[in-house]
Design a protein around this ligand. Structure first.
Ligand SMILES: O=c1ccn([C@@H]2O[C@H](COP(=O)(O)O)[C@@H](O)[C@H]2O)c(=O)[nH]1
Length: 311
């Protein structure tokens, strides 16, 4: 799957993931009204609204991008109905040829991680039958329970030819409270980066490992260090746009081959119609605003890569 992701990045010339984080506040009134008319102001109504909203965005952007990253929390808040919308979104994105990165941030003791891995990336056996649960292509994993929490995900990825992005240095303001603490004289995120690189060495695709890392766009100095520490690791870079990450800060997350990083933006794309730059589109044309925001993000990143001597 890592090579498929790379091929799509090269084909679209867009090292970009669109984050599908459909908060009700971002969904235009006409979509919510229709969904509530059909299913009421209920969890089912909310789930219908987020599904229709996602569908509009995917239809408007799928030809420009390699991948999407649905954030499971935005669906889980609506209970089972929300999870059905999550699954429908995954299936639809795959039909459209997109790679799906499930932002699930799981990780637990070994036996529980194994169940998460099966449910999201693998197959479960029921009597004589086997079923795929959510069936994302990649999942995000929290490694802070240690290797027994990560290994079950790696085993399923090997079996299913899928991949992971393991949290190394997250984009949020307080990530340093834990992740920057010195352990044996080194920041914890560097130690985790070394572990991810080591796991990746044993699980290589053609040129990059299918065991990737998450490094936030909001910490470019650390991104530069981690790029060198994990040369064969694909880096998922959240925090672009709404959290303040800028294209010119991201050049050092890439390798000289122009690959090695994929930048994620959620609110900056899906709620673009609410931003000043795109307000001319209005809520009716929210999906066109998202399309324009993807085109602009691609241009910003590629221009920064050219200026930085990467492309
Ligand atoms: O370090 C991390 C890891 C994951 N995320 C997730 O990415 C999106 C960011 O949304 P924006 O609207 O583009 O800010 C969201 O789903 C986070 O849970 C992250 O931000 N930082």
């Amino acid at each position: 799957m890592i090579q498929q992701l790379i091929n799509k990045i090269q084909k679209t010339e867009a090292p970009i993931v669109v984050g599908l984080d459909p908060m009700l506040d971002y969904i235009p009134e006409q979509i919510k009204e229709k969904a509530y008319k059909e299913k009421g102001e209920t969890l089912a109504g909310a789930a219908e609204a987020i599904w229709q909203f996602n569908k509009g965005i995917v239809d408007a952007t799928y030809d420009l991008i390699p991948a999407v990253k649905p954030q499971i929390a935005m669906y889980e808040q609506f209970g089972i109905e929300g999870l059905i919308a999550y699954k429908k979104t995954i299936e639809y994105c795959k039909e459209k040829g997109l790679v799906v990165i499930g932002d699930i941030k799981r990780g637990d003791i070994g036996s529980t991680s194994a169940a998460y891995a099966v449910g999201h990336l693998g197959k479960v056996t029921v009597g004589k039958n086997t079923y795929k649960g959510f069936d994302e292509d990649f999942a995000t994993v929290n490694p802070y329970l240690g290797s027994d929490g990560v290994k079950p995900f790696i085993d399923v990825c090997k079996e299913e030819k899928k991949g992971l992005f393991i949290l190394v240095k997250t984009s949020n303001p307080s990530s340093g409270e834990i992740q920057d603490k010195l352990v044996d004289g080194k920041p914890l995120y560097e130690l985790i980066g070394e572990m991810v690189s080591e796991w990746g060495r044993e699980h290589m695709g053609d040129s990059y490992s299918y065991i990737g890392a998450v490094v936030g766009a909001t910490y470019p100095e650390m991104g530069k260090i981690l790029r060198k520490l994990m040369p064969k690791t694909y880096i998922l870079v959240p925090g672009y746009g709404a959290q303040g990450g800028k294209a010119e800060d991201l050049v050092d997350y890439f390798n000289k081959d122009g690959l090695g990083a994929i930048v994620s933006s959620s609110r900056g794309i899906i709620a673009a119609y609410k931003a000043k730059n795109y307000e001319k589109f209005g809520p009716e044309a929210y999906a066109d605003a998202s399309r324009q925001a993807v085109i602009d993000m691609r241009e910003e990143i590629n221009t920064a890569l050219v200026k930085g001597g990467i492309k």
